[in-house]
Design a protein around this ligand. Structure first.
Ligand code: 4NP
Length: 164
């Protein structure tokens, strides 16, 4: 499925149609710019199964497009097998974070799970707010936050021994 020696990132939100596909595609954009596509691989998933198979939300697609990012992908649900398949799992908010840890029944993978906003250097929000029931500004804010967090995340990943 992925190049074998790559560092694997999984972005997780609730529905996998707004925040986590945006994070995945923004990160891929930065990875391509840095010529690191053969070494860092991204995917995304939702803690819920509400939107399995759906394309990214059109409102999210529009907000991303305004910033030059094309959103690709279709929603899938997070599963416990993702703990083994990924090196780092990025939760968009506290609910996602707690839900992921809840699925780690053997309490083995906690160190792999982090909050996306921990990688922000310009924004102070601790979570990427769920934009689904709000207006267009919420979708723009998601892109702003994720552009910041993805830059910090790329810096973190390139400093991992397996990527160097
Ligand atoms: P996401 O946004 O978790 O960023 O993909 C949502 C998408 C769908 C729903 C909630 C949040 N929903 O309730 O259907």
């Amino acid at each position: 499925m992925f190049p074998t020696m790559s560092y694997r990132l999984l972005f997780v939100c609730l529905g996998n149609i707004c925040r986590s596909p945006s994070a995945e595609n923004i990160m891929n954009h930065l990875i391509e710019e840095a010529n690191l596509s053969d070494r860092i691989v991204c995917d995304s998933a939702g803690t819920s199964g509400y939107h399995i198979g759906s394309a990214p939300d059109p409102r999210m697609t529009m907000a991303a497009k305004k910033r030059g990012i094309v959103l690709k992908g279709s929603a899938r649900q997070f599963t416990a097998s993702d703990f083994d398949n990924f090196d780092l799992i990025l939760a968009m908010d506290q609910d996602n974070y707690q839900q992921i840890l809840y699925l780690d029944r053997g309490k083995k993978y906690g160190d792999k799970v982090k909050l996306m906003c921990d990688f922000c250097s310009h924004h102070t929000l601790k979570e990427v707010p769920d934009p689904y029931y709000g207006g267009p500004e919420g979708f723009n804010q998601v892109i702003d936050l994720l552009l910041d967090a993805c830059e910090g995340l790329l810096e973190f990943v390139v400093n991992q021994p397996s990527v160097n």
